[in-house]
Design a protein around this ligand. Sequence first.
Ligand SMILES: [Zn+2]
Length: 462
Amino acid sequence: MGFFDNQYSLHPNSILFLIMNTISRFLCPAVLLIALNASAQQKPFPGTVKKPATVFKARTEQEWLKIQVDSLTGYKMYGRGYVNNGKETAARYIVKEFKEFKLKPIFKDGTYQQGFAFPVNTFPGEQILEIDDKKLRPGEEYVIDPSSPSFSASNLEVKKVNFAKIKDTTDWKETLATIDSTHIWYFDNFKSVCSLLQLRRDQMVAQLPRGCYLIPEENRLTWNVSRQTMAATVFYVKESLMPKKIKSVKAEVKSVFIERCSSLNISGVVPGEVKDTFLAITTHYDHLGMMGDSATFAGASDNASGVAMLLSIASYFGKFPQHYSILFVAFAGENAGLMGSEFFTWQPPVPLKNIKFLTNLGIMSDFSTGMTVVNGTQYPIEFDQMDKINKKEEFVSEITPKGQAANSDHYHFSKLGVPAFFIYSNGGKAHFHDVFDSPELLSLTNTGGANRLLIDFIKSLN
Ligand SMILES: [Zn+2]
């Protein structure tokens, strides 16, 4: 086991990590295949977080995972976000599962929960966008920029600005000076000015004054979580639904900015023979929640699939304790900017230096084209170990090693010197951060193989 001890001296270069942190986070797959076992689908009863009884009858690992994904995306979970207590319901569900799998509480107060808080802009209640008397469907036909404040207008004249005509920063500044909040602003060719000024769309809209803006979107409509608000209220609307000339607009945005939105990391342990040395398995359970009362971002691939995989691994090790203790953590606030893992590393329930290796699970939705291991090139010994197990047993088609990336919760551990992998499935990337990331569109192809590979890999670290 000497090579593990050497890992403690392998501290990743923190400057590199800072650079990586500026790279916007991406991951994520999802898929367009038919869901298995429709009969297993059932929604938790209102007010409860019951696990479907059918979970005990699952014939395969894949079926078991499917039932978990259905529960985590079901009624009352509300996209595991910031309205209707969605994230709290998800947290309670995970605690219940940890208890059932005989995991022990890890926090000093004898609980599985670690509370922390961060700011978040939320969208409870009804949101309305009507263009020329046609009511558009939230999530599918438009999304509201997540940093938008509340705004209400009917009867305002619509003014169109064609940004293809803007040639430099001076033109952009002059256009900004003409904008007022007594009109609704229709921004045509907005992408051209973003690329001209080499700024992201969110950086551009943050410069807009208070008012209401319609920006056509030719690509997929995706949403996010924002920890801040801006002056402008912005709708991104499916380009095909935008008339050349708009006669009337009715817009209602109701957002509530929560300065300290409390959240819970959930963690439990399976004590090993060596109690104070840990192999950690982590993932995030939060998603985007709801944009208004009708657009739910269920987050089946991101990251109900990862939570289901973590639960299945927890259920295994709960029955089969190992040489080292196995620590499980389901983080909150990942989609809001890795908030939960950051807090966990500030106040870890066990010394971080006692974590021998951490395996962070990203989207675990479709392994038909294998999986990616972030930090695989940083930790070649562990990577080869995993690859060898996989080649022998042919669990998944291929494992691709990658370098460092600040794209999920492993990042906060990596930068403090905890050896860590971040693993996600490569197949299916059709839906991500949109309302179509639903359990019906999740294939879970070969998640059974991936499950066995992950378990065997973790055992090999003992
Ligand atoms: Zn996400």
